[in-house]
Write a protein that binds this ligand. Sequence first.
Ligand code: GLU
Length: 463
Amino acid sequence: MPQSPVVTRFAPSPTGYLHIGGARTALFNWLFARGRGGKFLLRIEDTDRARSTPEATQAILEGLTWLGLDWDGEPVSQFARADRHAEVARQMMEAGTAYPCYTTPAEIEAWRAANPNQPFVSPWRDSDPSTRPDAPFAIRLRAPREGVTVIHDAVQGDVTFRNDQLDDMVLLRSDGTPTYMHAVVVDDHDMGVTHIIRGDDHLTNAARQAQVYAANGWDLPVFAHIPLIHGTDGKKLSKRHGAVGLHEYAALGYPAAAMRNYLARLGWSHGDDELFDDAQAMEWFDLGGIGKAPARLDFKKLEHVSGHHIAAMSDEALLAELAAFLKATDQPALSPVQLQRLTPALGVLKQKARTLPQLLDQARFALIDRPVAADDKARAALDPVSVGILKDLTAATQHVNWTRDDLEAAAQRMAESHGVGLGKIAAPLRAALAGRTTTPSVFDMMLALGRDETLARLADATA
Ligand code: GLU
């Protein structure tokens, strides 16, 4: 038997920004599908009209795009499929796997008061069809009353639900709108979803959803309910632990490539591998590697992963990440001149930065224009003696080859002729070129800035 191709989906409710937990769920589904030549679909669960907003949908799409998770086809709107959900509910009623229920909210309330802690049993479940009134009705699933529903979960193992504890859930309300739980099953079936990877807060839903699959004779997808992400203290993640929205991580300057690596490790493991790229993650990712215990956010680890990815990235990829960071933080894009000065320095800069703002801070010398504004320390470094040395150095470097070796040799000669150490030259040079005293090496800066800009900055500082 040929194996059916893998189809996964991410099904966010558009009621706010993309939560870090949602981003991880999306990532797991994406990795699972992409690693198997399958499809990764996106469904916007916008049935709750009061809470769903187009802005939230937009934020979710932007978050996924920033994270680098591409989906197949157009995003599906669950709300737009309401007619199909109603159609299936009516077909089920005709087939007898569902039935019309005429109870009013007041009657249900009275029933509950008389039967505390019991799942509601509708009096219409086994009623004679000829007694049905001409009145609006909801369509309820005729769920099995006896036995158990077992979910063979790829993460949680076998999870058993007693059928007498599950009520006959409403599929279609009396106003003709589908319930969320019914819509999910119809959509997943119609979209051909083979694997449902989602938060374990949906585990009990899986039992009810499995009953709808069974009632329709549809193949059940593989369920994998993943534990939620916890904060550093092991408690459920909340704002007090720090960033919870994916956009916040983007604004903190973690590259998307690093976030993919870090989030993949949050609740999933492949031996002791901590640092990997997308190709490895796709090859390795499987449901068996997902842990049963909630993973904890660890910002130190994230920084470490981030630093590794920044250092390992090609210049081109790094510039793309920088552009995304600037956009995420509403900062102007780098100008052609800035890019021209920054690019030659990237090789050096990326070895030291753990986040993109750290990199931009070290890159400041390449991003600023003349005249360079000096901070207090830089001004102090430009004392009259140092300015004298810089003037000589300016003259001496007018005609040297603009290479590291020749620049180093020129600086060395200058230090010797003034009877000072190289450090005495480096401090005012940093001040003149960058306006501050902590910078990349002076030769790296000179090479990145080029002869004309370097000499112009030296001239400014010694004027
Ligand atoms: N819309 C649900 C949520 O955002 C997900 C439902 C599902 O994955 O089945 O939590």
